[in-house]
Design a protein around this ligand. Structure first.
Ligand code: 13P
Ligand code: SF4
Length: 301
């Protein structure tokens, strides 16, 4: 164990902390974390861990969600500036005007969103549970925010619902082009294409499997062959760990999520040592946002 890792282990014990990390963080961060997963798994596990302090190695909406669900706990973000741009891509005034326009409406909010956006929503979803949850909603009209690509992907399976889309997107996933996927497929002719639903429709129509980061890992682990991976490169760490003998090809240049990559071991040590970058939320806002997240946890069961 190197010195920074042992320092973090000591701090964790001393302060009663647990470390959660998303699959897109750096390999050494994932290797150190107590729990690594997709955004649904991490939000769920955050409600189950007994520790007083949660160190969230991910972007701000993830730490915020952990705090919304666990107000009595201290949630620390190793880098206070690690933020998901898509989380800000829905406007409250648009939510209000869609609510005014449609009567039988559910505002469905991708977990990649700010606490304020969640507070104006009826239910949260992640890429791994969106279809399951929206299917259970009684409302005919679904305003899906902020991600248009995930919204369109889910909508194709629910023809009885009327989806209204917003124009949010992930710059990492929309950077993966259909041309790059076709090029990879021409070279690796037997490889299966596995894509995250934040990718564009053109990419998703080329995929053999579409799913969340956990879904992609599960698919690759339970199927034979080579795989063309259409998501953020951080996923390769777990893919290779679980499947050391399989071959994975990243599409294009494998553009990284710069925000996820802001998390370093030094910052994990610093946040714990100095108790800095604690997630703080106005209690009224937290309670409003809690409703949508709690509903997600209920409906996803
Ligand atoms: P997952 O729900 O698959 O973890 O996706 C989160 C994310 O930010 C994808 O860009
Ligand atoms: Fe946000 Fe995209 Fe990064 Fe996910 S990969 S955190 S959606 S910018």
């Amino acid at each position: 164990m190197n010195s920074i890792t042992s320092k973090i282990q000591e701090l964790k014990k001393e302060k009663d902390a647990v470390i959660l990390a998303h699959y897109y963080t750096e390999e050494n961060v994932q290797a150190l974390a107590d729990y690594v997963g997709d955004s649904y798994y991490l939000s769920k596990i955050a409600t189950k861990v007994p520790n007083r302090i949660i160190v969230f190695c991910g972007v701000s909406f993830m730490g915020e969600s952990a705090k919304i669900l666990n107000p009595e706990k201290t949630v620390l973000m190793p880098d206070a500036l690690a933020d998901c741009p898509m989380a800000h891509m829905a406007k409250i005034e648009n939510i209000q005007s869609v609510k005014n326009k449609y009567k039988d409406l559910a505002v469905v909010c991708y977990i990649n969103s700010t606490a304020e956006i969640k507070a104006y929503s009826d239910v949260c979803v992640t890429s791994s549970n969106a279809l399951k949850i929206i299917k259970k909603l009684s409302q005919k009209n679904i305003y899906f925010i902020p991600d248009a690509n995930l919204g369109r992907y889910v909508a194709q399976f629910l023809p009885d619902k009327n989806f209204i889309f917003n124009d949010g997107y992930c710059h990492v996933h929309t950077g993966i082009t259909a041309e790059a996927v076709k090029w990879a497929r021409n070279i690796h002719t037997d490889a299966k294409v596995l894509a995250h639903p934040e990718c564009t429709w053109d990419v998703l129509t080329l995929a053999d499997y579409v799913g969340s980061t956990s879904g992609i890992i599960e698919y690759a682990t339970t199927h034979e062959g080579e795989f063309i991976i259409c998501t953020e490169p951080g996923i390769l760490y777990k893919l290779k760990q679980k499947n050391p003998n399989k071959v994975f090809h990243l599409v294009g240049e494998g553009k990284s999520c710069i925000d996820m990559k802001k998390i370093t071991l030094q910052k994990v040590a610093d946040t714990l040592e100095k108790m800095q970058h604690q997630v703080e939320l106005d209690e009224t806002l937290r309670q409003k946002a809690f409703y949508a997240l709690e509903r997600m946890l209920e409906l996803a069961e």
